[in-house]
Design a protein around this ligand. Structure first.
Ligand SMILES: Nc1ncnc2c1ncn2[C@@H]1O[C@H](COP(=O)(O)OP(=O)(O)OP(=O)(O)O)[C@@H](O)[C@H]1O
Length: 577
């Protein structure tokens, strides 16, 4: 049962156990509210039978105290078992999702955008918090306690029990049958919400380009349409939900009428005594309240299915697995007949074979869209190949744990990601155990000291969200400093020096030359002069290796590489008129 609950509600094992405890605590709390009703029944019986005997008043006083004590105790139990456990579980759920996302292949992120994933981890988890602290325990509590009360009502008088209870299955069936419609409405509401969140995020991210192109007005109109769609869908959703819940509540209310009617008829016929009639009136007045809440809770539990399905999509997604132990001998990277396609299914690489040797610089060049970035990312197992094999020092990377594999790589991306933290801490990402001295040493090699030491707080200057307070070249130097600090045996450089000025570029290239000694270096470069000193050039065109060899050999061959070198030297003479 625990395992089924775990799967159904995306819970941890402890969370599923806590949910059961929460439901039991709610049953106890609901039952405790029935005790005053029983006490009242005895009191009225005594009054109708000639008054309370002198010794019995103590019984009623103690009875009242016990009722209050029971209610307080069960409420405490319920509170403890639902709220505290829920927030603990919520934390566990968020961490589990984040952990899973860390291990899911990047292909998954091609299908999901940031707004969607953030919403799953934050908003969906918050909604489930409410479900587990309120909806599910209260629903289970009221249903189970009502069943127990119903059994005892049948013991008193089965005809009156039927008159009181027939409404229950009908009311629940109405809400239960609406599940499909509700799920459908929820899914549509969720889709428009995601589209809107996506639009807002895109708007914030692209505000600079929107302004530059005078496209703000047009974009805002599109965004407004998305916001209005969310509004319309939310109203429709509420309306759909209310229609079923209100109809079911009305059916429940009919129960009071049928109890009164059946009771009156039986009383007139003389087959029911006044006290039992009174008891039933008392019980139904108490019975339907929690049930009405239960109907709303049932509807809310049905709505959680959409949120849970979104979480299970992450939790059930296959992750990249492999051996933690690195068995590579050296760090030669070998591509053997590699084929690859992104989610779109379109072949991006076909039969790519080449070797990037340790101690050499292998440059990937070629026309735009030829597959250079894809090849470099596949080498670090950001994606898994569709066919063929990639090995590092003879170790098949598809059988190696991605995190263990990445310990062999220092990567300098074209688009640098920085954190809202100090310069020092941003570089320390390369090696979290590095001392300040080691971080500063690496930073000096990457020429970061040139601007860091001029900043108001020096190395401890906060660089703002994603390093917004730094220039493109400064951001890239921080990224290079990270690679220096990590000092891994394989280096991937993706247009590493693209946004540096000529002076910095020369300095960085001198430093890079020191760093790459005895390492396997795979460089992607668009500018031919940056790779003129490479040991080997692999020209990728249309997803296949078009040429391969030393720069001199390829120049002699007079093929794609030679043409690119020629075109770029011509373009250097281009001027703005
Ligand atoms: N995440 C992705 N999802 C789907 N297709 C992609 C993705 N990334 C790249 N592609 C496609 O794969 C092909 C190769 O792209 P890649 O970025 O590897 O080429 P490139 O040679 O590095 O290009 P550039 O020099 O312009 O950076 C292109 O057709 C591109 O549209």
């Amino acid at each position: 049962m625990i395992q089924r609950l775990q799967k159904r509600y995306a819970l941890s094992e402890q969370g599923a156990k806590d949910l059961v405890k929460g439901c039991l605590a709610c049953v106890l709390q609901n039952l405790s509210f029935m005790f005053p009703v029983s006490l009242l029944y005895f009191l009225v019986s005594d009054l109708l039978n000639g008054g309370i005997a002198s010794g019995k008043s103590v019984f009623y006083i103690i009875g009242c105290a016990v009722c209050i004590g029971l209610i307080l105790f069960t409420t405490y139990l319920q509170y403890n078992a639902t709220y505290f456990a829920t927030y603990t579980e919520s934390g566990v759920r968020r961490i589990t999702l984040a952990e899973r996302l860390r291990k899911i292949p990047l292909s998954f992120f091609g299908k999901k955008d940031l707004a969607d994933l953030t919403s799953t981890i934050m908003a969906d988890c918050t909604f489930l918090e409410q479900s587990f602290s309120h909806f599910i325990p209260e629903l289970a509590g009221s249903v189970i306690s009502t069943i127990l009360v119903a059994v005892s009502l049948f013991v008193f008088d089965w005809r009156m029990a039927l008159a009181a209870l027939w409404v229950m299955p009908v009311a629940f069936a109405i809400v239960g049958f609406s599940a499909r419609i509700q799920e459908n409405l929820n899914q549509k509401a969720m889709d428009v919400k995601m589209e809107c969140a996506d639009g807002i995020q895109e708007c914030i991210e692209t505000v600079r380009d929107l302004k530059a192109n005078n496209a703000e007005q047009e974009y805002m109109e599109g965004l407004e349409k998305k916001i209005r769609a969310v509004e319309r869908r939310s109203i429709l959703n509420e309306f759909g939900l209310a229609a079923f819940v209100v109809s079911a509540s009305l059916v429940l209310k009919l129960g009071i009428a049928t109890v009164a009617l059946t009771g009156s008829i039986l009383l007139v016929r003389g087959s029911l005594d006044v006290i039992t009639f009174f008891l039933f009136l008392l019980v139904v007045s108490r019975l339907y309240d929690p049930l009405q809440g239960a109907l709303q809770n049932l509807a809310a539990v049905i709505s959680t299915r959409t949120n849970i399905a979104r979480m299970n999509e992450i939790l059930d997604h296959p992750i990249q697995q492999g051996e933690n132990r690195l068995t590579n001998k050296g760090c030669d990277i070998v591509f053997e007949h590699v084929g690859f396609a992104y989610n779109t299914g379109e072949t991006v690489l076909k039969d790519v074979s080449f070797t990037a040797r340790q101690g050499e610089v292998t440059a990937l060049v070629g026309p735009s869209g030829g597959g250079k970035t894809t090849v470099s990312r596949l080498a670090a197992r950001f994606w898994d190949v569709s066919s063929g094999k990639i090995t590092v020092g003879g170790m098949d990377i598809s059988r190696t744990d991605p995190e263990a594999l990445l310990s062999l790589f220092s990567i300098v991306f074209q688009d640098v990601t920085l954190f809202d933290n100090t310069i020092l801490e941003n570089i320390r990402i390369g090696n979290k155990n590095a001392t300040d001295k080691q971080v500063i040493e690496a930073a000096r090699l990457a020429n970061v000291d040139e601007f860091a030491e001029k900043l108001p707080d020096g190395w401890n200057t906060d660089i703002g969200e994603n390093g917004c307070e730094l220039s493109g070249g400064e951001r890239q130097r921080i990224s290079i400093a990270r690679a220096f600090l990590k000092n891994a045996p394989i280096i991937l450089l993706d247009e590493a020096t693209a946004s540096l000025d000529v002076e910095n570029e020369t300095l960085i290239q001198t430093a890079l030359s020191r760093l790459i000694a005895d390492k396997t270096v795979l460089v992607i470069a668009h500018r031919m002069r940056t790779v003129a000193g490479a040991d080997k050039i692999v020209v990728l065109a249309d997803g296949a290796v078009a040429e391969e060899g030393s720069p001199e050999k390829l120049l002699e061959k007079n093929g794609i590489y030679a043409r690119m070198v020629k075109l770029q030297s011509e373009s250097q003479n281009w001027k703005l008129k």
